[in-house]
Design a protein around this ligand. Sequence first.
Ligand code: NAD
Length: 177
Amino acid sequence: MQKVRGILIGRMQPVHNGHMEVIKQILNEVDEIIIGIGSAQASHELKDPFTAGERVVMMSQALAEKDIDPSRYYIIPMQDINFNAIWVSHVKMLTPPFNIVYSGNPLVKQLFSEEGYEVRQPPLYDRLHLSGSEVRRRILNDENWQELVPKASVDLIREINGVDRLKNLSVKEISDL
Ligand code: NAD
């Protein structure tokens, strides 16, 4: 029988517990999930501090931590393109075929709906705290960010001295103003 595949695209800067909850939820609804690591070209910026490769490590280790069967997911970095009108084709070129798009991002939902895809908005989990911007804010302010992310993200951020990277970027971006 044909497999039902869902896709979730996110910048994952960094991978946090909200992403992992929503992936678990999606896997209850589909056979396989495609996890798109969005804005793959971006790194070393305050809003996008981590490289695509670093985010792939965070995601794959976090899925392993949760004992998710590796035959049920694909992790695919995808660069942004300047043309929203053809972005869906760009995504399709990079991924296995998929049936359902999962997103809370209004532009992502709009672009896939216009191309005739079924779009589902997964429930948000503790959005006040579970967002990339809150994790990055806490890292910069020496607050407890570790509680918001899987152990895999803590380990990777430690391995690459990510806290220092973010703090250095914050000094640089303020001095560039
Ligand atoms: P994100 O990491 O903020 O979120 C990704 C998804 O994770 C969300 O849609 C949401 O469903 C889920 N999520 C996040 N927090 C959650 C929580 N607390 N609880 C439950 N679910 C949660 O990423 P994003 O900004 O939505 O990523 C979209 C990507 O698509 C970006 O990289 C963007 O650049 C790219 N994009 C590119 C183009 C183009 O190149 N022209 C066009 C549109 C989108």
